[in-house]
Design a protein around this ligand. Structure first.
Ligand code: ADP
Ligand code: MG
Ligand code: MG
Length: 910
């Protein structure tokens, strides 16, 4: 029969670190540590497969598998020399969840299993420490009751707190054995009320706990977390049964968690927290504020030294930053977990770069270590220090996750979800729990009053890359009244729900009001280095930016763009000083009037293009000729009708307003407004997406294409004369027919020749190509390529037209489609490779057959999405183009695609 249970302990293990799929990350880590001779309490892992079998088998574990569990248990009992349920010498175990991918705190774990009324007395005698025995028992009843019997935790917390109150103690460690006994009695009363009897039989406890751990796979928060992190639902969790070690034996015992480097900044410092006389969950739960790990050196120097050695070994063994858990039982150290630590974007970059410099990993690995999307966190604004000075500093906490966040205070996850509809929010909580996950997800930043660097809020925020300040002890929060108060300069300050606050996750400062932000520096040391290495692997595959104005073009260069992949000329016409000319041009009924309007626009366009050429200094600039929707430039039909009706009764003030609104002199309103309405109605389209779109405008009004071509080439000449290298690429927004391109190309070519000849610059290199965003253009790409020296896929519209799906309407049912997994992902964020991708591949093949060497790229939003970039690389495009801020993301994604494609050696000299 197949093996479902894997033992570990005593320097050996059935499994190993590579078996995450079967053992889960936690089980694999425990096995690997055992093999490396690291002190780990022995135990066994019930594989992730059993979790699925359990659900398929009507929520029970088949007896053959159960037999394997019992065999592993008796092996464990022999090894330890104690027996589960033995009244005088009981074995105690934990049952721990753990899936292939880490899901911190989302599933359940039960500690101290094996205790009952009898074994607890046995444990008390055996250890000579009744307080410890009762403390362990009451913890077990609480955890088991909550996890296995679904009893409301609040009921237990209430009992615990009121006994603390009665005993007049603040800390749980100050409760005596007698207090704890009383608590146990009260806890049992609650159990009785719920009609879910507390099982005294240890084997029954074990089976029930194992099953409860499997069921915790479907905890609401676990489901939400998987969705957020794109972890599949099918993989299931393992259940780890492990002999207990006790951090709550007294002052020579402790428990803690830590990281081998700072997971917020990436700095190489030993980082973590611990609590004396406590058990695992206490550190994360924020019951007592833990001490910084350095303090451990003073109280338990030998254990501290050993911990440093072991964690250092672990980091070298895994060649990555480790996130670890440990417990010290009476001065003896045990490791309980190790895994590659979650980290922020800035930390990911710094750790990768420094590990490469330390010789732990090579360049290739360093480039693969950072998820392209994580760079997003380094590309966002930081607070402007001057503007911060003007704000009131409310509090300083502990910096848990860096970045600047401005938003309105929300005091519960539900409120955050609600408030975010009206603008950015910052979630303010005393502490967060896994149940707050949806609120943390929508918040720009997170602030808590208690808890340390490894508290739930800190860990989760770092994983999400959300700015976070924890442990801001000087604020006092009333979650019920939805306010927090603090004292600033002796005065009490109150922040209510909806008030603006600014939170700096790097300095841990919290301000009232809205701070200004500044652009980040993409070439700062670690980031700059990583990007340089990435470019070495990326090779010839290019990354350009979509930019319409010189300012964006400059930002794009700073972020490493190698050209402009799309300049949308219609965006230039929206400027206030241009709209009237644009309208005049559109509304003109004859060519002469239209040309007059165009003549006014020519110098403006020329100036814009010159700015782009200058900013791109030697890199290509793709300029698309006008692609309407024309109606966006015109006044609304409804507005016009209302104003025509009001005009006869309008006073001077209203007339003046109308005159300004439509650009018509007051005296001519009466005559021109109805004319304007008539023309607007003429131009009205039932479906502009499928109407007079793309180059259809240039076909009906060739003088527009002509003017734009003139502006482009005159600008090129002007800038080239200054000694700047210019590479214009004129892009015709083809609809679906090669003939359209033939027509438009002839105009552009004629104008280009004229302008260049007049300037004596016939040798200037330029290209004429087309944008492909309609399936017909793609499936006739061989014909299209006869007139195109380049293709650029406009994947936004190509997705809309191929899928028969409008981007704006999709949001109404996107949730259904993605929940039901009809769509793998939002097709407007990640290219639908199966459908739209196929159309693209076909066009590339046809295009290259007709014109070998044709330049091919993509200019839709998808150009900055890592999986789409990988696709573009794989199908043989020459470049991707995306928004300036996503250029580094695309560069890294392309480098990773190149490495995956076998470019193990750097193939470009930097
Ligand atoms: P999570 O995945 O939520 O961290 P864990 O299974 O790691 O859950 O356990 C929760 C806490 O209990 C951790 O601090 C862990 O170190 C501690 N713990 C788990 N098993 C044992 C054990 N056998 N002995 C002592 N502490 C344990
Ligand atoms: Mg853990
Ligand atoms: Mg379009």
């Amino acid at each position: 029969m197949k093996n479902y249970v894997y033992s570990f302990g005593g320097g050996t293990a059935d499994g190993d670190g590579k078996m995450k799929e079967v053992l889960g990350g936690k089980g694999a880590g425990l096995a690997e540590m055992c093999r490396a001779g690291i002190p780990v309490p022995p135990g066994f892992t019930i594989s992730t497969e059993v979790c699925n079998i359990y659900f398929e088998n009507k929520n029970s574990v088949p007896s053959e598998i159960n037999d394997q569990v019992l065999a592993a248990l008796s092996k464990l009992e022999q090894q330890i020399g104690k027996k589960l349920g033995d009244p005088t010498n009981p074995l105690l175990v934990s049952v721990r969840s753990g899936a292939k991918f880490s899901m911190p705190g989302m599933m359940n774990t039960i500690l101290n299993l094996g205790l009952n009324d009898v074994t607890t007395e046995g444990l008390a005698k055996l250890t000579g420490n009744p307080r410890f025995a009762y403390d362990s028992y009451r913890r077990f009843i609480q955890m088991f009751g909550e996890v296995a019997l679904n009893i409301d935790m609040e009921k237990f917390d209430h009992i615990f707190d009121s006994r603390k109150h009665k005993a007049k103690v603040k800390l749980d460690t100050d409760l005596t054995a007698k207090d704890l006994q009383a608590i146990i009695a009260d806890l049992k009363l609650v159990q009785k009320e719920t009609k879910k009897p507390f099982p005294q039989d240890a084997h029954e406890q074990l089976a029930m706990s194992r099953d409860a751990v499997f069921r915790s796979w479907w905890n609401a928060k676990a489901v939400y977390y998987r969705k957020m992190e794109k972890i599949p639902d099918e993989i299931g969790t393992a259940a780890n049964v492990q002999a207990m070690v006790f951090g709550n034996l007294g002052d020579t015992s402790a428990t803690g968690v830590g990281f081998t480097r700072d997971p917020g900044s990436g700095e190489k410092v030993f980082y973590g927290e611990f609590l004396i006389n406590a058990q695992g969950e206490d550190v994360v739960a924020g019951i007592r504020t833990p001490q910084p790990i350095d303090e451990l050196e003073k109280v338990m120097p030998a254990a501290y030294r050993q911990l440093r050695e072991i964690t250092n070994t672990l980091e070298h063994h895994y060649r990555d930053m480790q996130d670890f858990e440990f417990t010290i039982e009476d001065n003896v150290l045990y490791m309980l977990q190790t895994r590659n630590g979650k980290r922020t974007g800035p930390a990911a970059v710094r750790v990768a770069v420094e590990m490469m410099e330390e010789g732990m990993i090579d360049k290739k690995e360093a480039v693969l270590r950072v998820a392209p999307q994580q760079l997003d966190q380094l590309l966002h604004p930081v607070f402007d220090s001057k503007s911060l000075k003007a704000l009131q500093l409310l509090a300083t906490g502990i910096a848990a996750s860096p970045g600047a966040a401005v938003g309105r205070a929300a005091f519960s996850a539900e409120d955050a979800v609600h408030l975010v509809k009206h603008g950015p929010v910052i979630l303010v909580r005393k502490e967060t729990t896994p149940d707050d996950i949806h609120g943390m997800d929508v918040a720009r930043g997170i602030l808590t009053a208690v808890g340390g660097k490894s508290s739930h809020a800190a860990v989760v925020a770092r994983g999400m890359g959300r700015p976070c300040v924890v442990g801001a002890g000087s604020i006092s929060i009333s979650e019920r009244d939805k306010v927090f108060t603090t004292t600033v300069g002796g005065k009490k300050v109150t922040v209510k729900e909806g008030d603006w606050i600014s939170l700096d996750g790097t300095t841990a400062n919290v301000y009232s009001g809205k701070a200004q932000t500044n652009e980040p520096d993409p070439n700062s040391s670690y980031f700059g280095k990583l990007m340089k290495w990435a470019d070495e692997f990326r090779g010839k595959f290019g990354v350009r930016a979509n930019a319409d104005i010189p300012r964006d073009a400059k930002a794009a260069r700073l972020f490493g763009a190698e050209g402009i992949g799309l300049c949308r000329t219609e965006h230039m016409f929206f400027a206030e000083d241009r709209i009237p000319y644009m309208q005049a041009m559109i509304l003109a009924r004859d060519e002469k009037t239209r040309k007059k309007g165009l003549l006014k626009l020519l110098p403006m366009q020329r100036k814009d293009f010159a700015g782009l050429f200058e900013a791109m200094d030697g890199f290509p600039v793709v300029i698309r000729t006008l692609d309407p929707p024309l109606h966006e430039f015109l006044p609304k039909r409804e507005d016009l009708m209302v104003d025509i009706a009001r005009l006869p009764h309008a006073g001077a003030k209203m007339k003046k307003e109308m005159s300004e609104k439509y650009g018509i002199p007051v005296g001519k309103l009466k005559k021109h407004l109805p004319e304007l309405l008539e023309r607007v109605e003429e131009l009205h389209e039932f479906n502009p997406m499928l109407g007079h779109r793309g180059c259809r405008l240039g076909i009906t009004y060739p003088e527009i294409t002509e003017m734009q071509a003139r502006a482009i080439f005159e600008a090129a000449v002007q800038v080239a004369k200054k000694g700047v290298k210019v590479i214009p690429e004129v892009m015709i927004p083809l609809v679906g027919n090669a003939k359209e391109l033939e027509h438009q190309r002839a105009i552009v070519e004629r104008v280009a020749k004229e302008v260049l000849k007049d300037a004596g610059m016939e040798k200037l290199h330029y290209m004429i190509g087309t944008m492909i965003e309609i399936p017909r253009a793609a499936v006739t790409a061989d014909k299209v390529a006869e007139y195109a020296e380049f293709f650029s896929f406009g994947t936004n519209d190509l997705t809309q037209t191929t899928m028969g799906l409008s981007r704006d309407d999709y949001t109404k049912f996107s949730k259904h489609y993605e929940d039901l997994k009809i769509f793998k992902a939002d097709p407007f964020a990640s290219i639908d490779q199966e459908g739209v991708g196929k159309v693209i591949e076909m066009a590339i093949q046809l295009g290259r057959k007709a014109r070998p060497g044709i330049e091919i790229g993509i200019c839709g939003e998808h150009g900055g999405d890592p999986s789409s970039v990988e696709f573009c690389y794989r199908v043989g495009m020459d470049y991707v183009s995306c928004s300036p801020y996503r250029v580094p993301i695309a560069r890294l994604a392309a480098a990773q695609a190149a490495i995956a494609d076998g470019h193990g050696e750097t193939n470009r000299t930097a």
